[in-house]
Design a protein around this ligand. Structure first.
Ligand code: ATP
Ligand code: MG
Length: 420
């Protein structure tokens, strides 16, 4: 038997319906915040992620699906959404003449070669938003407000928003220096990855999952102490707005995020999931240098990505009620060939009028069809018989009250519209 690859899943049945419910909420919230849907390719030139996400990140150094295609081009299945969107933004010269920011969202499959476990897969979905073109803190607020309210609209309680700032370039460089000085005497006590990070990108040591409980990391210098006045002011102003908008957050001065491209505001969203503890549902921040790094002009930007599968896991775990509409409105019952003809056009007619309509497809006896009805529990039955059909009459039965009524076929849709 051929089975699905490790770390992937088939999505069907109730799971598919839950996703449709979540998709609808995400779509609606993005529309009201004026973010437009964008879809970029599943695979891109490998170089995009090397330059965009960063050579030294776990994502690129250990987790990518990279291969040569038949034309000998190095191709990578996208491990995240931002690099592709920035590539799209530059390639289509959307930076020219920017009178409004470009605001987009995606809800797409991502690929990372990770060790599969609960909430961590090799093929997974990320929902994300990007706002390109504005350096105003209103843009940061736009993104955080959408993120925060999305979780509220999904009905997830106990979600924690952590924020921090890396400050501008000067602040970040000062902090990096302080961190390197602090870590130098003890770097041998950290994991081998951290020792590599020490030379390549020391900030990322704070994001290490191996040394997460080490006192060395816990006592590391705080980013806040190395912010210059301007960066500090910007950060404080953002907090004022979060308060104004009743957005609850906590500050975490050791938050750095795993990717290379952030500056100023960064944030993460966590939830407590039974059996998994506190897990990261998503993260984002400002990335003012990425567009330039990928060959465009200097364009400020801010964005967020949500782990879609983990969010559904967290919703499941906190017993969120997925409002799933999968009830069948009408089941049409027939036996004879002439009844079947009427059933076929009535089924089509009701469906085109928006009723979720089903009928028998096995040539079952009436008794067997009633068994089907017991199983799928439609709201109404339409029962056909040759004698009544000669007078263009059908029997409609309310499957809840079990009351029956004979009505004219021409009145069937309006009859059902009044009741469903
Ligand atoms: P983690 O620290 O959990 O590895 P990350 O820093 O690699 O996360 P990001 O690149 O910031 O994750 O992606 C944003 C979100 O996408 C994460 O917070 C998480 O919810 C989700 N995510 C990341 N990797 C996976 C995966 N392999 N399977 C499922 N969801 C994932
Ligand atoms: Mg990861």
């Amino acid at each position: 038997m051929i089975t699905k690859p490790k770390g992937t899943s088939d999505i069907y049945g109730l799971e598919a319906k839950k996703r449709a419910y979540v998709d609808e909420i995400l779509k609606n919230v993005c529309e009201s915040y004026n973010y437009n849907y964008v879809e970029t390719p599943v695979f891109e030139a490998s170089e995009l992620f090397h330059r965009g996400v960063g050579e030294t990140t776990d994502i690129v150094s250990k987790e990518t699906y990279t291969f040569l295609d038949r034309g000998n081009r190095s191709i990578t299945l996208r491990p995240e959404g931002t690099a592709g969107i920035v590539r799209w933004f530059i390639e289509n010269k959307l930076y020219g003449n920017m009178t409004e920011p470009v605001k987009v969202y995606y809800n797409s499959k991502m690929y990372r070669y990770e060790r599969p476990q609960a909430g961590r897969y090799r093929e997974f979905t990320q929902f994300g938003i990007e706002l390109l073109g504005s350096d105003d803190i209103f843009a940061d607020i736009d993104v955080i407000s959408l993120v925060y309210n999305t979780y509220l609209l999904l009905g997830l309680k106990g979600v924690k928003l952590s924020i921090n700032t890396l400050g501008d370039k000067e602040s970040r460089e000062n902090y990096k220096k302080a961190l390197v000085d602090y870590l130098k005497p003890n770097i041998k006590l950290l994991c081998s990855d951290c020792q590599k990070r020490f030379n390549n990108n020391p900030l990322r040591i704070l994001d290490c999952k191996v040394d997460i409980d080490s006192d060395i990391l816990k006592n590391a210098p705080s980013t806040y102490d190395y912010l210059n006045e301007e960066s500090k002011k910007r950060y404080e102003k953002i907090k004022d707005y979060l308060d104004l908008l009743d957005i609850n957050y906590e500050e975490d001065f050791s938050l750095v995020r795993g990717l290379d491209y952030y500056d100023h505001l960064i944030f993460e969203v966590y939830a407590d999931v039974e059996g998994l503890g506190g897990i990261a549902l998503g993260g984002g921040g400002r990335y003012n240098n990425l567009v330039e790094t990928l060959g465009g002009p200097s364009v400020p930007a801010v964005g967020f990505a949500m782990g879609y599968d983990r969010t559904i896991l967290a919703m499941d775990n906190s017993n969120v009620n997925f409002d799933i509409k999968d009830e069948i409105d009408v089941f049409i019952m027939y036996v004879s060939d002439t009844e079947k003809e009427t059933a076929s056009y009535l089924t089509q007619d009701l469906r085109l009028n928006g009723f979720i309509t089903e009928t028998d497809m096995f040539g079952k006896s009436l008794k067997a069809q009633f068994k089907t009805v017991n199983r799928i529990n439609p709201k109404y039955l339409v029962i056909l018989n040759d004698k009544d059909l000669k007078e263009n009459i059908v029997t409609v039965k309310d499957n809840l009250t079990k009351e029956e009524e004979k009505i004219k076929i021409t009145e069937l849709t309006s009859y059902l519209f009044e009741r469903i």
